[in-house]
Ligand binder design. Structure first.
Ligand code: 5RP
Length: 218
């Protein structure tokens, strides 16, 4: 199966986790694009969705799915999003699309986080993918030095501004043997808005599209 077909299979499998009347948190990225197309088929069944990025909100509206403000909804029973890397412990690196802050907010607000991806995203240890970190622009150098202190090679994502008006630093070369500890540590650096480690609140279920169908890890 081609990579896109694997993403699509994972996206389709996520529909099984959605119940009638749910408000669905919707992540960002190419796998989520497939999910939005699938979700559109359930339009009448759900009460709407909360979007993690402007791109996601635009695609949802274009498919006729009602986009709701997180502050207006009582709870988010389910959140569906992709990942750049995932482990068997359901720890993730996210933010390849730069939407990590709103993604982390909705993940935290959700009762169940269903992560969808193709099988290539499953790794034994996080960190091969350069860790995205959203940073307040004036703190770029300060945070860069703090990351270098952890042994990372920080690099600015060129020509990119997040939906929140901030920059993204990528931390390469980070040994992430303890994702929870690393997330807590980077969270402490003044100027960091969000680190793309989703370990304190990881996924509840991982749906991985592969050659032989969709593998479920929980
Ligand atoms: C966006 C994300 C995406 O979920 C992540 O980058 C995976 O994207 P894709 O589904 O295109 O591989 O975190 O901020």
């Amino acid at each position: 199966m081609h990579r896109d077909q694997q993403k699509q299979a994972a996206a389709r499998a996520a529909l099984d986790y959605i119940e009638s009347g749910d408000i669905v948190g919707v992540g960002s990225g190419s796998t989520v694009h497939f999910f939005i197309d699938e979700l559109a088929k359930l339009k009448g069944k759900i009460d709407g969705g909360v979007a993690s990025s402007i791109a996601t909100a635009d695609r949802m509206r274009a498919r006729g799915i009602t986009v709701l403000d997180l502050n207006q909804v009582g709870k988010v029973p389910i959140y569906v999003d992709g990942a750049d890397e995932a482990t068997h412990h359901l720890h993730l690196i996210k933010g390849g699309g730069g939407a990590l802050t709103r993604e982390k907010i909705i993940a935290q607000a959700s009762e169940k986080f269903v992560c969808i991806a193709d099988h290539s995203k499953l790794v034994p240890t996080l960190g091969e993918f350069p860790l995205p970190i959203e940073v307040i622009p004036m703190a770029q150098s300060l945070v860069g030095r703090a990351l270098a202190g952890l042994g990372a090679l920080p690099q600015l994502r060129a020509d990119f501004t997040t939906d929140n008006g901030n920059i993204i630093l990528h931390a390469r070369n980070l040994a992430i043997s303890n994702p929870i500890q690393m997330e807590q540590r980077i969270n402490q650096f003044p100027g960091v808005v969000t680190v793309g480690l989703f370990a304190l609140r990881g996924a509840d279920v991982l749906l991985l599209g592969g050659e032989n169908g969709v593998e479920v890890i929980r």
